[in-house]
Structure formats: structure tokens, C-alpha cells
Design a protein around this ligand. Structure first.
Ligand SMILES: *Cc1c(COP(=O)(O)O)cnc(C)c1O
Length: 239
């Protein structure tokens, strides 16, 4: 994709976020755009970073490392949003600003163990499998969520920030809103029970952006609407 088109798409997504925020009486500056760059090129990321995009999301550890190494001079904040194997926690702890996909205790201890003291604590979101789909990772019951949240709060090298979800794909906006509302309510309950602020709700992708903003998303994860369709046949990640 030519870089002018890429920047047009990006600006158009930013405008949509502002418009939708206003539609639901929200402050646009409370909603952050995470540009999901998996399978997209270093050049495309560099173009957007130069234009002012800071946060980029990646799903594969090797691909994130490869890109982070190639783009060291820029001010990019890498967000890891994919399923994580415990033997790859070290790489994520050393590279990412935030991880959205923590869903079990082993990841908590390993990420904390490997987070370098030279970096600020790693920001952590707990992934919730809100529609209870067998195909998806994430916590399905509230008690497990509480246990995980407490484990993160006990780690000095980690900072618990909130929850993330990938709902079952639905086209009807009211149906989309239901899943997002559930995540928000779960967050509210957890924050109250643990007496800790959990400001972030990572929810909403290209196809359900408006529903997520309507229900309180603070981080929206957008790939296709910015970069176009992913060419998943040529691998950038080698996993
Ligand atoms: C790929 C991906 C996205 C981006 O999805 P689009 O439909 O391309 O906007 C968002 N979140 C996660 C967890 C992803 O894996």
C-alpha cells in the first residue's frame, strides 16, 4: 500500500474514533488507537510512526522482536496481543510496553521474573474469553480472574491496568455491545473487589469499533482498517 493511502486510512480511523466518542458522550482523548501491525511491513510501521502513531500491536513474539530490532530508533511502544507460550515470556518482558493476553499464573510469574529493572513495570491486561468460546484463549470464570489479578498486583515488575477481550464475531451492533458491556461490568466488579483502579478496557477491532467505544473501550485494536488485508502466506515471524 502506498504510504499516502496508509496515512489516509490511519487519519480516517482517528477521525472515526473522535466522531464515535462524541456520539456516546465520551472524551476522545480517553480512547487510544493501537495499530495492529501483524503481517505488515517494517516500512508501513515506520511510515505511521513518523506520522505520530506510537502504539503498535503484534501477535507473534518472533515477529515483534524482528520489528523492534529493525525500528530501534523510533519511539514505538510495542503491545503484545497474541497467545503467549510461557517459554517466550522473556522476550515479551524485554520488548513490550504492555501485554494484553495474560490468562494464566505461569505467565504472571515469568513475565515478572524477566522484566528488566531498567524498564518501567510491564503493563498487564488480563484476557477474558467473554463469550466462552473453546477456540479462544482467555479466562472464562470470574474467580480465576480474581486470582490472576491478585497475582499481578503482587508483582513489583508488573502493573495491572485492566482487561482485554476478543468477542465472538457478530454483525449486529446490539449483540456486539452486550459482550463489551459484560467485560466492562466484570472490570468494575474486579476493581471494586480488589480496591484498585483498572482503567483500561482493550476491546474493539475494525468490525466492532463503534460498539466497543459505546461500551467504554479505552484501547481499540485496529489492523485491517489501517493496513488493509493481511497477506498471511508470507511469514514475517518464523514461528
Ligand atoms: C489481528 C488482531 C486485531 C486486529 O484485527 P482487525 O480486524 O484487522 O482490525 C485486533 N486484536 C487482536 C487480538 C488481533 O489478533
Amino acid at each position: 500500500m502506498p504510504s499516502t493511502q496508509l496515512i489516509d486510512n490511519w487519519q480516517s480511523v482517528l477521525r472515526q474514533i473522535t466522531t464515535m466518542a462524541q456520539r456516546y458522550a465520551r472524551n476522545p482523548s480517553d480512547i487510544h488507537l493501537l495499530a495492529v501491525s501483524k503481517f505488515h511491513s517494517i516500512d508501513a510501521i515506520a511510515t505511521l510512526a513518523k506520522a505520530g502513531q506510537v502504539a503498535f500491536g503484534e501477535n507473534y513474539v518472533q515477529e515483534m522482536l524482528y520489528k523492534a530490532t529493525a525500528l530501534t530508533e523510533s519511539t514505538i511502544a510495542w503491545h503484545f496481543i497474541g497467545p503467549l507460550q510461557s517459554n517466550k515470556c522473556k522476550e515479551v518482558a524485554m520488548t513490550a510496553t504492555m501485554i494484553h493476553s495474560v490468562d494464566r499464573l505461569k505467565l504472571v510469574t515469568r513475565l515478572a521474573q524477566y522484566r528488566p529493572t531498567s524498564l518501567p513495570p510491564l503493563k498487564v491486561l488480563l484476557q477474558v474469553n467473554i463469550d466462552d468460546e473453546t477456540s479462544k484463549s482467555g479466562v472464562t470464570d470470574y474467580d480465576t480472574l480474581v486470582t490472576l489479578a491478585q497475582a499481578v498486583l503482587n508483582e513489583e515488575r508488573l502493573q495491572l491496568c485492566g482487561l482485554m477481550t476478543i468477542p465472538a464475531p457478530r454483525t449486529d451492533m446490539n449483540a456486539q455491545r452486550q459482550s463489551f458491556a459484560q467485560l466492562r461490568q466484570m472490570r468494575d466488579q474486579l476493581a471494586q473487589q480488589l480496591d484498585t483502579p483498572l482503567p483500561e478496557l482493550s476491546m474493539g477491532m475494525s468490525a466492532d469499533l463503534e460498539a466497543a467505544i459505546a461500551e467504554g473501550a479505552t484501547i481499540v485494536r485496529i489492523g485491517t482498517a489501517i493496513f488493509g488485508h493481511r497477506n498471511t502466506t508470507h511469514s514475517l515471524h518464523g514461528e
